[in-house]
Design a protein around this ligand. Structure first.
Ligand SMILES: [Zn+2]
Ligand SMILES: [Zn+2]
Length: 408
């Protein structure tokens, strides 16, 4: 018996049922297909899952035989499952896996190792783009800008730029992304509530390039529910180790996802119904009422932008980083000793031994503990440097001057 958890959202217990698979009626049933409410064997689950993706790919002509397809792996279940299924369905296509090491300490390295092993096992070539090495900054650096509480949004703009840049570098013709049914429908609803109808119109299964500068983007998991991806990943032993990015926050679509799941309990087809209303009714209506957005090429990097000043959001964010003169968040013991020599204000060194739980405390409790040191430089140290670093990040987001000191 196996038991898996994923981000507390999904649970799966795989056990042999005392009856046969509802589809082939030969093997013992092992798992339920959530959207169909039938219990089937492993083979039938895989066939059902893969065929739906194949149909979506063919219906929207997502992949053509001459294409060179790039998949950016995040280490999460969606992009990894997508790569696994494409390799299985089309063993002869030209697939390229890509990993962006964004320099998020104690996170990027771990995901990189996972992704490397996964691609080696699958025999898919992997291209690693190391942001700190290539461009001289890391996503963590945004903690020193006014983006400190929305690092995700700064990161999003940088990733979009990198998708385009790397696609050109590698000569890709398509980027396939792991967006699934739940992503699409919850984003559509969230944009609907915000009144962003143009945003909804962009949520198509295939996005054609707006300029020769871009490549086609396809979403082969467009009609696949998230829970079924999780089941497939567990069933096929696709690595889904769940490293959580320290900058990830609870975004509104997550609340909407929960709300959709509740609706689904009463109506199993609700997500498909909403997808159909949006794509068949609303998007055509939106398109007939809006004229195409005009865009320019960014004067700094050459990528597409809708900004009036012709400087894209990625380049604006990079400019912010250039203004930060001190990006020190972590020091070795030796560096720390030198650093305090040159400090002209008070500091405190806090050993986190026995206080590791602070990392998971509420903002209120954190502030209560650290407020006495509000005006000082706070140096944290722990036998597990990861804890000190993550806590320093958390405190920086709340306005404290926190650092992690390694090897004390
Ligand atoms: Zn079966
Ligand atoms: Zn730019």
């Amino acid at each position: 018996m196996m038991y898996h958890r994923y981000k507390e959202d999904f649970k799966l217990e795989i056990k042999e049922y005392p009856f046969l698979c509802k589809l082939c009626k030969k093997e013992k049933a092992l798992i339920e297909i959530p959207s169909q409410k039938i219990k089937v064997c492993k083979n039938c689950y895989n066939n059902f899952f893969e065929n739906r993706i194949k149909k979506t790919i063919e219906k929207y002509k997502m992949i053509l035989p001459q294409d060179r397809i790039g998949i950016f792996l995040s280490g999460g279940k969606d992009s990894s499952t997508l790569l696994f299924v494409l390799k299985k369905l089309y063993p002869d296509i030209n697939l390229q896996a890509i990993f962006l090491n964004l320099g998020i300490k104690y996170y990027s390295e771990k995901v990189e190792i996972l992704v490397k092993t996964f691609c080696e096992n699958l025999k898919v070539p992997l291209f690693i783009y190391n942001l700190p090495e290539r461009e001289g900054y890391r996503i963590d650096d945004f903690i020193f800008t006014y983006f400190k509480n929305k690092v995700c949004s700064a990161c999003g703009a940088i990733k979009r730029y990198l998708f385009s840049k790397i696609a050109k570098e590698l000569g890709l013709t398509v980027i396939a992304t792991g967006h699934h049914l739940d992503d699409i429908v919850s984003t559509m609803l969230s944009l609907f509530f915000q009144g962003d109808f143009l945003g909804i119109a962009k949520l198509k299964p295939v996005l054609l390039p707006l300029s020769p500068n871009q490549v086609k983007k396809s979403k082969p998991l467009y009609t696949t529910p998230e829970k079924e991806i999780f089941y497939y990943a567990v069933l096929n032993e696709i690595p889904i180790e769940n490293f959580i990015c320290p900058h990830a926050d609870k975004s509104p679509p997550k609340t909407i996802k929960k709300f959709l799941t509740e609706l689904e309990e009463k109506n199993r087809q609700i997500k498909y119904q909403l997808l159909s209303v949006f794509t068949k009714k609303l998007i055509p209506l939106i398109k007939s009422n809006y004229k195409e957005e005009t865009f320019n090429l960014c004067i700094k990097c050459g990528e597409i932008t809708t900004a009036g000043d012709k400087i894209c959001s990625r380049c604006k964010r990079i400019e912010l980083l250039k203004k930060v003169d001190n990006k020190i968040l972590e020091l070795t013991k030796e560096e720390f000793e030198n650093y305090i020599q040159n400090l002209n204000s008070d500091w405190v060194l806090i050993d986190l031994k026995g206080k590791e739980n602070l990392l998971n405390e509420s903002t209120k409790k954190l502030k209560k503990f650290f407020n006495p040191y509000k005006t000082r430089h706070i140096f944290l140290t722990s036998s597990q440097p990861e804890i000190g670093y993550l806590l320093a990040l958390k405190l920086r987001k709340k306005g404290f001057k926190a650092y992690n000191v390694k090897e004390i």
